[in-house]
Design a binder for this molecule. Structure first.
Ligand code: GDP
Ligand code: PGA
Ligand code: MN
Ligand code: MN
Length: 594
């Protein structure tokens, strides 16, 4: 990093950690802020930032009666989603980033970013945000410091992470932290880059204020950098929700599920059981809705923590019918980004049965001709403890033990409602072979089927070939690994409507999985895995024609032959880094289909 005139003396910094002081000093020298503020995460600090943003128009106050302490942020209309084409993994060797990532050499990336950062904070305040990903006392947690010139980022990081004084104390103890530098720059998409330097444990982001590009603790640290660290240290950093399912006997089993962005993680994590299940005593507990860090415990099981402290969820489609828990947690202390508003200043998005939007997400008078009132990727940010189904086990320092791992995507055809992998190697294949229709969570075309291994295509910080190998490596003597499943809530009929009711009724599928784990549910063996017969699923109280259920559980052999061939070609793209056991598994399934 280029050092130039440094405006702030390091003795004024509230830390003794030399490495942190020096880094902050060099960033200030490069970016030339007017002031530096070290965030302590206090309520008073947050109140000041909110006032500041209300004054600048960065935040708009929502209806205090219906939504106390809730705010709306309207982003630049060209800055509403993650930008995968501008996201780079900068390893010394290109092959280590893999064909799954865009790569730039560390030297080129640093030169590019230094030029963008030079003087970029003139007239602005530079915020230094120490944060911890995971419970502050957890050995699985990891810390970072984000430097940013965006108070909106600070306010969001305060909700999404354990931010402030306790994190700084842990960083000083460990003397080890991920360095994240963020500036919104001028929000010009031509001057926007999200750079990752896994070998340096560093992130540099410029030109975007959008969550996944700017809240560096989330995707950049907890997935891209952490997945790289996890491989070296023998754990996994995954794009997964974590949910606890409590059965009528009072036993809770934890399930982690990887679905691509905007494919149902937040909804499954806070599912409300169908009425009959509620009556019988089933309960659902939310541990996390987007990211899962897991590692084997001394008993051989995989233990998982949610590194985040809040939810950054998709607003459209959230309603009392689909996700009542999410709706309930949005009644207070939430930040909304790019939703519409009603005449009495309540947040509004498509899918809410009540309320009429008067302003759209860009602040224009609402007019259907301009498209939806809320941007399809509009979001809410809210603390995890706001969720009625939040469990204190989310704070367990050792994590929760996993009984099942679920992969899934949005596939309007071919892929059955659910199937179970035969063993771990097959499970890794099922995850690696995942494909899903693209969504509004990233810029680019929507609805195009693409391979998205483990829902990590945008997030793995290293070569997928090595990543698959790392997954396979967990199958070792003494391991008691979770069973692996694949689901698809998104099959459509010829009328274009979803065949499966989804949402709360997804518990019916989870119940079957957990019974399979316990060894007391039936299934038929097919070349793609074990599939429930219609009467293996509890459909009591469900209004679903038998023919539709049969369609949801059928294996289209010809379709799967083509799919397996495409999967084989996909693996071939990783060349010699594709693990041999995975290629063998693919060939075995392809052969059994023909
Ligand atoms: P995430 O981004 O993976 O956390 O996905 P969300 O849970 O926020 O859901 C993204 C979108 O998919 C929202 O519009 C949801 O209403 C919708 N969705 C979630 N679960 C289901 C489901 O089971 N069935 C259907 N049809 N839609 C769903
Ligand atoms: P999501 O999280 O998975 O809830 O959509 C944000 C993202 O992946 O961009
Ligand atoms: Mn996500
Ligand atoms: Mn989500």
């Amino acid at each position: 990093m280029r050092a130039s005139h440094f405006p702030f003396p390091s003795h004024a910094m509230p830390t003794q950690l030399a490495a942190l002081k020096q880094w902050v000093e060099s960033v200030a020298g490069l970016t030339q802020p007017q002031a530096i503020h070290w965030c302590d995460g206090s309520d008073a600090e947050n109140a000041k930032l909110i006032d500041l943003m209300l004054a600048t128009g960065d935040l708009i106050k929502l209806n205090e009666k219906t939504h106390p302490n809730c705010y709306l942020h309207r982003s630049s209309p060209s800055d509403v989603a993650r930008v995968e084409h501008l996201t780079f993994v900068c390893t010394s060797k290109e092959v280590d980033a893999g064909p799954n990532n865009h790569w730039m050499s560390p030297a080129d990336a640093h030169a590019k970013m230094d030029a963008l950062y030079a003087g970029c904070m003139r007239g602005r305040t530079m915020y230094v945000v120490p944060y911890c990903m995971g419970p502050i006392d957890s050995p699985l947690a990891r810390c970072g410091v984000e430097i940013t010139d965006s108070p909106y980022v600070v306010a969001n990081m305060r909700i999404m992470t354990r931010m402030g004084a306790p994190a700084l104390a842990r960083i000083e103890r460990e003397a080890n932290f991920v360095r994240g530098l963020h500036s919104i720059g001028d929000l010009n998409p031509d001057r926007r880059f999200i750079m990752h330097f896994p070998e340096e444990l560093a992130i540099q982001s410029f030109g975007s204020g959008y969550g996944g590009n700017a809240l560096l603790g989330k995707k950049c640290h907890a997935l891209r950098i952490a997945s790289y660290q996890a491989r070296n240290e023998g754990w996994l950093a995954e794009h997964m929700l974590i949910v606890g399912i409590e059965n009528p006997k009072g036993e809770t089993h934890y399930v982690a599920a990887a679905f691509p962005s905007a494919c149902g993680k937040t909804n499954l994590a806070m599912l409300i059981p169908p009425e009959g299940y509620r009556r019988d005593g089933w309960k659902v507990w939310t541990v996390g809705d987007d990211i899962c860090w897991m590692r084997p415990g001394s008993d051989g099981r995989l233990y998982a923590i949610n590194p985040e402290a809040g939810y950054f969820g998709v607003a459209p489609g959230t309603s009392a019918k689909t996700n009542p828990n999410a709706l309930a947690m949005l009644n207070k202390d939430a930040i909304f980004t790019n939703v519409g508003v009603t005449a009495d200043n309540q947040p509004w998005w498509e899918g809410l049965p009540e309320g009429v939007p008067v302003k759209d997400w860009q602040g224009r008078d609402y007019d259907k001709a301009n498209g939806p009132a809320a941007h399809p990727n509009s979001r809410f940010t809210v603390s995890a403890v706001n969720c009625p189904s939040y469990t204190a086990h989310a704070e367990d320092a050792q994590g929760v033990p996993l009984s099942a791992i679920v992969f899934g995507g949005r596939r309007e055809s071919l892929v059955p409602l659910v199937f179970e992998a035969r063993d771990w190697t097959h499970g890794v294949l099922v995850g690696a072979a995942m494909a899903s229709e693209t969504t509004a969570a990233a810029t680019g075309a929507v609805g195009v089927v693409r391979r998205d291994s483990m829902a990590m295509k945008p997030f793995a910080g290293y070569n997928f070939g090595d990543y698959f190998n790392h997954w396979l490596s967990f199958d070792k003597p003494g391991a008691k690994l979770p069973k692996v499943f694949h689901v698809n809530w998104f099959r459509k009929g010829s009328d274009g409507k979803f065949l499966w009711p989804g949402f709360g009724d997804n518990l019916r599928v989870l119940e079957w999985m957990l019974k399979r784990v316990g060894g007391d549910a039936g299934a038929v063996e097919t070349p793609i895995g074990h599939i429930p017969k219609a009467d293996d699923l509890n459909t009591a109280g469900l209004d679903l024609p038998a023919a539709v259920l049969d369609q949801l559980l059928a294996v289209d052999r010809a379709g799967w032959q083509a799919e397996m061939q495409a999967i084989g070609e996909y693996f071939a793209g990783y060349g010699e880094r594709t693990p041999a056991p995975l290629a063998a598994e693919q060939q075995r399934i392809a052969a059994s289909l023909s």
